[in-house]
Design a protein around this ligand. Structure first.
Ligand SMILES: N[C@@H](CCC(=O)N[C@@H](CS)C(=O)NCC(=O)O)C(=O)O
Length: 336
């Protein structure tokens, strides 16, 4: 675990001394957008036009933020247009690596051993954390974006000319609702589990813990009345919640001490999780082995023995009861 300081790799853990034991996530540094015509997106510079084979995605199967991008790439059928590399689950003294192992897909574009080499290639004096996901532009030899929330929007919208999946996960009519939901889910749940797990004071942990379970209770109640987070239509807000839910009972309950309740104890959340998991293409983006090995093996300040728990038994494939709630514009993956 470490970071780059003016292009040099340094092995160090998150510093929470200046924030009263609170974990604060750093803002992403590369914020450009791939667009249909290469015009600039909402942030960053232009010149990143959609072209098949031009862009490459670096992910960790363990990481919930990277997982969003993997799901959108899969559901929008962009696999053939955007290449993929998968880092090894363990994030240790060199950060993310491409060390061979089951599920690892080597870097065939930059031939890197360590993910930080890609950041240095994009910006020789880069300072900051080296995170996944990364969207790489092979033509300009730089990072387009390392912000998952924006990469999923690009995957949803910019590649329309090259995919037959027209389904819109960010429809104009629901944007306000989706944005509000995302903001709430991000703070209290997606990042909330990290704020609980990486807290270094009792107070910071308890604060994150209380916010997290209050939010899960709120979402549980919402999902008792409606099929999806933004109403009766599946949207990006659901995928953003999904990647935290699918990791919750396997790692956040134990490793991050988010143990008031498991997702399995919430009838609506657990059935909703199963529905999303069972959408064709999704299960193949979920790798519980990478997930468990990454968290329990990489955060040695939390788990010094690096022992990965053998349980719990998880079953996301059993029948769910979500069909009792109405759905509109159901997402159906088109034939391959
Ligand atoms: N804002 C980023 C956050 C990504 C992120 O924090 N990824 C984690 C893995 S789950 C990471 O790579 N951390 C490495 C580090 O902090 O050094 C996004 O959503 O894309």
């Amino acid at each position: 675990m470490g970071m780059l300081v003016e292009g040099q790799w340094q092995d160090r853990w998150y510093d929470t001394t200046r924030t009263g034991g609170r974990f604060e996530r750093q803002d992403s540094a590369f914020r450009n957008w791939v667009t249909a015509d290469g015009a600039p997106g909402p942030t960053g510079g232009g010149g990143f036009k959609v072209e098949p084979g031009r862009y490459h995605l670096y992910v960790s199967l363990a990481c919930p933020w990277a997982h969003r991008t993997l799901i959108l790439r899969k559901l929008k059928k962009l696999d053939g247009l955007i290449g993929l590399s998968v880092v090894a689950p363990l994030m240790a003294e060199h950060g993310w690596t491409f060390t061979e192992g089951s599920g690892v897909v080597p870097d065939t574009v930059n031939h890197a051993r360590y993910l930080y080499e890609i950041y240095v290639k994009a910006k020789h004096d880069y300072s900051g954390r080296v995170t996944v996901p990364v969207l790489w532009d092979s033509e300009r030899q730089t990072i387009v974006s390392n912000e998952s929330a924006e990469i999923i929007r690009m995957f949803n919208g910019a590649f329309a000319a090259f995919t037959d999946v027209a389904y819109d996960f960010y429809p104009a009519a629901l944007r306000e609702e989706i944005d509000a939901t995302n903001a709430f889910v991000y703070r209290a749940i997606n990042n909330g589990v990290y704020r609980a797990g990486f807290a270094t004071t009792q107070e910071a942990y308890e604060e994150a813990f209380a916010t997290l379970f209050q939010a899960l209770d709120t979402v549980e109640e919402r999902l008792s009345r409606q099929r999806y987070l933004a109403g009766s239509r599946l949207t990006e807000a659901d995928w953003r919640l999904f990647t935290t839910l699918v990791r919750f009972d396997a790692v956040y309950v134990g490793h991050f001490k988010c143990n008031l309740r498991r997702i399995a104890d919430y009838p609506n959340l657990s059935n909703y999780l199963k529905e999303l998991y069972q959408i064709p293409g999704v299960a193949e983006t979920v790798d519980i082995t990478h997930i468990k090995r990454h968290y329990y093996g990489s955060h040695t300040t939390i788990n010094p023995t690096r022992i990965v728990p053998a349980g719990p038994a998880l079953d996301f494939t059993s029948p769910h009861d979500r069909e009792r709630l109405p759905a509109v514009d159901s997402f159906r993956p088109s034939s391959p």
